[in-house]
Ligand binder design. Sequence first.
Ligand code: FAD
Length: 314
Amino acid sequence: MATTTTTPTYDVIVVGGSFAGLSAAMQLARARRRVCVVDAGQPRNRFAAASHGFFGQDGEPPLAMIAQARRKLAAYSTVTFVQGTVVSATAAVHSGQDFAVALQGGEQLAARKLVLAFGVQDGLPEIAGLRERWGATVLHCPYCHGYEFAGQRLGVLYHSPQSGMHAQLIADWGPTTLFLNGETTLDRAEHERLLALGIAVETARIAALEGPGQALTGVRLQAAEGGDARVVPLAALYVASATRPASPLAEQLGCAFDEGPMGPYVRTDANKMTTVPGVYAAGDLTLMRHNATLASAEGVLAGTGAHQALVFGV
Ligand SMILES: Cc1cc2nc3c(=O)[nH]c(=O)nc-3n(C[C@H](O)[C@H](O)[C@H](O)COP(=O)(O)OP(=O)(O)OC[C@H]3O[C@@H](n4cnc5c(N)ncnc54)[C@H](O)[C@@H]3O)c2cc1C
C-alpha cells in the first residue's frame, strides 16, 4: 500500500543501527547527506560478553563497540537517530520521495533511498540448558569464539549433512564430539572417517546441558532403556543456528532472496542494491557468512552505493 507523509524527509533512511547500519550511515554522513538511522537496539551478538576478530577491537564488548560507533557518527550534523522499530516500508506516492517507512508508534518518515541493515534472528534448537548459554558456551562460530576454548573438550550439534565437516573444522581447536542427538545416523563411511580423525560420535538424544550459570561442564544424554544417563564432559558446544531476517521489511518491499545453508538472505548486487531499485541492504541480512567485520564492510558498500545512486540516479 502506498503512503503519503509530511514528516521530515531524508536522503537515506537506514533501518538497523549496528555494525552494518552504522557503517552505511557513516559513509552517507561523510558525503554530507541527511541520513536517519532507526534502530531497535537488539544487535545479534548482544548475548556475548566480548566480540572477537574485529580490526583493532578484538575482545571488546559488542555493545561498547556499537555505542562508540554511534558516538562517532553523532558528531556529523546531518545524522538523526531514532530509537524504534520500523514496521512497514513502502514506495511513497508523492514526488521527490521514493520511500515511506512507518514506526511501531505510528510515526512516519520518508527518504529517497533505503538501506536495510536489520540483521537476522537465530532459531535455536529446543534443548534444556542451551538457550541460556547462547553466546557464552553455546556458540555459532569458532573464528569468533574458538580460541578461548582451545584445547578443551568441544562439541558440535548435528544440524545438516554438512555437520561432519563442521565437526572436522572444530576439531582444529580441540578434541571434538559430534552429537547426532538421536535425529539421524551417519553413513558408515563418514562415521569411520570421523573416528579415524579422532572425532567422537554420540548417537543418543541429548537430555540437557549441564554446568553452573552459563558455564558448560557436560552434555547429559538420555539413558538407553534400562541403562544409566551418561554425561559427556564438554566446555563449549557449537550450534549452527537456523537464521531468518529480523524483520519482514525486505519481503514487504518485494526484495528477492536466496537460500543459504543457515537460511534465506537478501540478494544484492556489487553495490549492495537489492532487486528493488533504490533499496540497499547490508550485513548478516545479505550474507551466508555472519561476522561483524563483514557486516561493517558491507555497510560501507551499501552507504557508498546509496550515495552514488543519489548522485547519478538509479
Ligand atoms: C552469540 C553471537 C556472538 C557473535 N560473536 C561475534 C564475534 O565475536 N565476532 C564477529 O565478528 N561476529 C560475531 N557474531 C556475528 C555478529 O553478531 C553479526 O555478524 C553482526 O552483529 C551483524 O551485524 P548487522 O549490523 O548485520 O546486524 P545486527 O548486529 O544484528 O544489528 C541489527 C540491528 O537492527 C535492529 N533492527 C532489527 N529490526 C529492526 C526494525 N524493524 N527496525 C529498526 N531496527 C531494527 C536490531 O535491533 C539491531 O540493533 C556473533 C553472533 C552471535 C549470535
